[in-house]
Design a protein around this ligand. Structure first.
Ligand SMILES: [Zn+2]
Length: 296
């Protein structure tokens, strides 16, 4: 849990008084630091589960909320969170305090070049995919050379990135940002979470699956999902659909995730594609149909 009441008291942050319409048990209600001074205690911080949500603008990544409330940096917010948290919430943040405050993309990463566009085209992605996901390209040299680099955002904050090989010759198809360079580990978040606005999320394995299906679809950066990722889903959504690749190992991981999320009160299902394909191999038309089927 995150003791938001004690945090607010010690940092002189006003919370909704007892009897206030927005005061709810288990929550600390504060003026949303993102909606301006007249927000009238619209932001609730769920103390047991450690997440923050504003009645007006929606979910807000807790470290960002804490940083804004305490008028400090993200790094200081991680320290605050560590100080006032226990259990799972502490697990989410305790290793973050040595990290950087701002992500720097590696040298050589810039606008996409011909090789990157060619690769996208060969996978039947259009230019709008590159725009939607702010895709960049690694040049001929550097850590992300010959890769499409996908920035990873959490509540607007650039926290990490992942590179996808475009040559077909690299043994490492996907290359993550190094741990010590990340502002927050990508394996603690869901790729595309900022574009999942409703109560429902479609969960896929990888970033290219998310590009294919589009907003409303988030990926776990591989089938080896982490508890922090599952907690983020459980805190932000009421229902889910898992659409992992058809292979046995992926389906096993899908059913473990299904178990975790339903145990936390979410409604959900595991879907498979009747085309026998993996989500990343779908055509745009098929992806559109899936969006329709799943109500995204
Ligand atoms: Zn707000």
């Amino acid at each position: 849990m995150f003791d938001a009441e004690r945090f607010c008291m010690e940092y002189s942050i006003a919370t909704a008084p007892r009897g206030h319409q927005h005061k709810r048990r288990g929550w600390a209600n504060v003026c949303c630091p993102f909606c301006g001074p007249s927000s009238g205690y619209h932001m609730g911080i769920n103390m047991l589960k450690g997440y923050s949500v504003c009645y007006k603008h929606g979910y807000s990544w807790l470290p960002k909320t804490v940083a804004a409330l305490a008028r400090t940096t993200l790094q200081q917010a991680f320290i605050i969170l560590t100080k006032y948290s226990t259990g799972e919430v502490l697990e989410d943040y305790k290793t973050q305090i040595k990290r950087k405050d701002k992500l720097e993309l590696p040298a050589g990463v810039g606008p996409m070049q011909k090789m990157h566009w060619d690769y996208l085209k060969s996978r039947n992605f259009s230019a709008s995919t590159a725009r939607e996901w702010e895709l960049l390209g690694g040049g001929l040299h550097g850590k992300q050379a010959f890769r499409i680099v996908a920035p990873i955002r959490l509540d607007g904050v650039l926290i990490s990135y992942q590179g996808r090989d475009v040559t077909g010759h690299s043994k490492q198809r996907y290359k993550m940002c190094e741990l010590e360079e990340e502002v927050y580990p990508c394996k603690s978040t869901i790729y595309g979470i900022d574009k999942c606005k409703g109560d429902k999320i479609l969960i896929v394995e990888g970033i290219t699956d998310t590009w294919r299906i589009g907003p409303g679809c988030g990926s776990t950066f591989g089938i080896e999902w982490m508890p922090a990722q599952a907690r983020m889903i459980a805190n932000r959504f009421k229902s889910f659909i898992i659409l992992f690749d058809a292979e046995e190992q992926a389906q096993e991981k899908a059913s473990e995730l299904y178990g975790y999320l339903t145990a936390r009160g979410l409604d959900g299902e595991i879907a498979t594609l009747n085309t026998g394909k993996d989500p990343g191999e779908l055509t745009d038309k098929q992806a559109k149909e899936i969006r329709g089927d799943f109500g995204l």
